[in-house]
Structure formats: C-alpha cells, structure tokens
Design a protein around this ligand. Structure first.
Ligand SMILES: Cc1ncc(COP(=O)(O)O)c(C=O)c1O
Length: 443
C-alpha cells in the first residue's frame, strides 16, 4: 500500500509539472507573438491590478480542475485558438465529429438507410428534454423550428405577436414576414435589463389581440436568462401561444420541456451542446397539435396514405414535421453530444461559466466598462460589456486581428457592445489573455 501511495504521489507530481510546462510554453508563445503584450506583461506588474492577478492566481480552483480535465482531450479545436464565441458557433466535440464521420462512412459502405440509428437518436433527444420523443421534430436549425411554429399557428390580420427587442434574426424574421404578408402586428417588448418586474412588464404589453408571445430562453445579446416557465404559464392563462427560441439555452443551462410546458421550443445542436452543424429540434406541445396548420408534410407525416383514394391522414404529433429523408449521421452526432453533456452535467458546466466570468471580471479595470448584466438569477454563460473608452466594433475587430481572440460585436437593439461567451473549453490562461488584451486595447 505505501508503495502504491508513493507511485500515485509521483504521478501527481509529474502531472503537475507537465501542466506547468504546457502553460509556460503557450504563455511564452503568446508573448512572443505579441510585443505590446510582452511590454505590458513585464511593465505593469506594480501599476495595474491585472498583472498582480496574473501572478497571484489561485493555484487550484475548481475551474482549473475542470479545464485541465476537458480542455485538450474532448475538443478538436486548436488549443492556440482563443475562442470566446460559442454563442455564435460552438466547436464540435472530437467524439461528435468522429461519430458523424464514421457513421456516414458505415452507412454508405454498407448501403444502410440507418433508420434504426435515427430512431435511437431521436429517443435520446426525448429523454434529454424529458418529453416523449414523438413530441419533438428534427429540423436543420433553430430558425427552421421558429419558421414552422410561426407558419403553423392559425394567425390572421390584426393578430398580435409580442417579442423582445433582443431577438436574433433567426427568431424574428418569420414573424416580421408574416406582418408584411398577412398583416399580423409585431409588438416589441424592451425587457428590463435588471430583470426586476419582468412578468408584470410583459403583462402590460398583452392586449385582447395578442395571440403569440415569441421570446428567447436566453437572449443572444446580453445573455439574460428569461423565466420562460412563468412566461409559458402566463400564456396558458391568457390563451396565448408561447414560442420559445432555445438556441442559446440548450447545453448552457438545463432545459426540461416537461416542466416548461411551452407550446413550441426550438433549438439546434451546434452552439452550447457542441454537437454537429445542420441538425435542430422543435418541440410542439401535443395539446395544441389539432389547432395547427401542417406546414411541411411528406413521408412520415402521415398515419395513413393512399394516393389512389386521395387519402392522407396526418399524425397529430410534432414528429410529423420530420418529413422525408434526413441525415442520420448528424442525428448520431447529436446523440453523442447529448450523452457527453449528460455525463459532464449541464449544471456543473454552467456553474463553471459563472466562475469563469467572476474570474474575468476580477482581472479587468471595471471602471472602464459598462457591464450589460441583469440581476444574478437572470445571468448565464454570456457576459456582454461596453467599453467607455474605445469604439466597441473596433474593439472586437482588434481583439481578433491583433490577439487572435474571437468575441462578437453586438449591434442588435443598438447595444453597441462586446459579447463574450464563456464555455467549458476556455482555459484559465485564455481568460488571462482575453483580460490582458481587452485591458490593453481600452486603456
Ligand atoms: C437566439 C438565437 N436564435 C436563433 C439563432 C439562429 O440559430 P440557427 O443557426 O440554429 O438557426 C441564433 C444564433 O445565434 C440565436 O442566438
């Protein structure tokens, strides 16, 4: 036993030493690449809080432990890439890409249709969201799900649809086109940033003509997390359809559709789930199926079909929207991503992001920024901030061109801000680099 303990101790020491070497190496290469950074790194020690923070970082936070475990092994992305833009496009997991490629290859080599694989993956999707899988249609992306929702609700001229001023074009376009085409009225709701009195504020926008409330679960602009269970409940009470855009929420926070009880919930695999690009999901509440127009129909939408008798009996479940031939390999990739997320634990992933954001904020001179942050309970893995010293569009551009750090400029709702997405693959060292770069650029 003492020998085993000694061996374990040695393994631990070697592991610690290797991690230190790797950190030093990539820090050296970062500094080599960046002369301004080098100057600041050495000169600011006593003047600026960031330099001392870089030196006095806690050695073993939980953040460190998580990052060390997952960073290199689970993601394909080059570890030199400093990527804080998962809200736009999450990098696919290594095993997701492997699953997609190897399955695609297997199906083509053997001439299989892969129907059983698709069925298995679909079952896992239902389990992930805690609803029967037939209540979820497979789509290509969130935008497609929102379009199906908008076009299947029976709307007429004068009907009102409420949405926030923060909606992504993928969540808003379908409604705006319906406004142009059939004369529905889109009413915009400017969500209070703090989150205080949010439901009361939303309620004041409801009129007898309101038929739909279409909002994001997590706003793509500020990362604000909306209380959609309450919003869906309000909708049920007022006999309004609830359409939730879950693009930013799925994989970032736990999503239990059985609890949320929305009418529609649309999302995709390619952001916070780290799944493949090109596959999405649309939940439709079975209680409203009979009221809906079938938007796209085809093979698998029917309970029975006989052309000679001109018969086509529709299935009354969301799954009818998964018509025609699909890319089974992408579904297998999605299944792989879901399994990874379940195994890691989305709660843990999310609390890691909270810690990453807290750490980042401790490194930057907060007086030089406006943080577009809601109250604590509405926050997510996104931090949006506005420099008060530098043009923010230029800041996003310079972070990329000068430091190879990817963030996203937020023009939406005239916010003129920088969005930083904190994902599980972002290392502590990358957060240091981002803090240093953003501080330098906004001096
Ligand atoms: C809130 C929101 N909705 C919709 C979309 C579009 O998603 P997709 O590409 O899956 O259609 C995005 C993409 O960033 C988004 O943030």
């Amino acid at each position: 036993m003492p020998l085993i303990r000694l061996l374990l101790f040695l393994v631990f020491i070697i592991n610690e030493w290797m991690i230190k070497q790797r950190t030093m190496q990539s820090r050296r290469s970062f500094i080599r690449k960046n002369l301004i950074g080098t100057f600041l790194f050495s000169a600011l020690g006593s003047i600026f809080p960031i330099a001392s923070l870089l030196n006095n970082r806690p050695k073993k936070s939980r953040l460190n432990a998580l990052v060390r475990d997952w960073e290199q092994t689970d993601f394909l992305m080059d570890s030199k890439r400093t990527y804080f833009n998962t809200s736009s496009l999450g990098p696919s997991l290594k095993n997701v890409v492997e699953a997609v490629c190897s399955n695609w290859n297997h199906l083509e080599v053997n001439g299989y249709d892969g129907k059983q694989l698709a069925k298995n993956a679909h079952k896992k999707v239902g389990e992930f969201f805690n609803v029967p899988s037939e209540d979820i249609a497979m789509t290509r992306n969130t935008t497609e799900g929102i379009n199906i929702a908008a076009k299947s609700i029976p709307l007429k001229k004068g009907d009102e649809v409420i949405m926030t001023t923060h909606e992504h074009v993928g969540g808003a376009a379908a409604w705006l086109v319906l406004e142009q085409e059939i004369g529905i009225k889109v009413k915009l709701w400017d969500v209070p940033l703090s989150g205080e009195g949010l439901i009361e504020d939303l309620t004041t926008h409801i009129s007898p003509a309101t038929r739909v409330i279409a909002v994001s679960h997590v706003l793509c602009t500020t990362g604000m997390r909306l209380p959609i269970e309450e919003i869906a409940q309000l909708c049920r009470e007022k006999k309004i359809y609830s359409v939730i855009d879950g693009a930013q929420a799925v994989g970032m926070i736990p999503v239990n559709l059985n609890n949320i009880k929305a009418d529609f919930y649309a999302c995709a695999a390619h952001k916070w789930l780290f799944g493949p690009k090109g596959v999405g999901m649309l939940y439709v509440n079975p209680n409203i199926m009979k009221e809906l127009h079938p938007v796209f129909v085809g093979a698998y939408s029917d309970r029975s079909y006989n052309l000679n008798k001109k018969e086509f009996v529709l299935r009354q479940v969301a799954e009818r929207n998964t018509y025609g031939t699909r890319n089974v390999s992408l579904m297998v990739g999605l299944e792989t991503a879901l399994a990874w997320n379940v195994q890691k634990g989305i709660d843990l992933i999310n609390s890691n992001a909270t810690e990453q954001i807290r750490y980042f904020k401790s490194l930057i001179p907060l007086n030089n920024f406006e943080l577009l942050e809601p109250n604590e309970e509405f926050r997510s893995s996104i931090l949006t901030l506005r420099s008060i010293r530098k043009d923010n569009k230029t800041l996003v551009h310079d972070l990329h061109s000068q430091y190879n750090i990817r963030t996203r400029y937020i023009y939406e709702n005239n916010l003129d801000a920088v969005r930083i997405s904190f994902a599980i693959f972002n290392t502590k060292q990358q957060i240091d680099q981002l803090a240093l770069a953003i501080t330098t650029l906004t001096k």
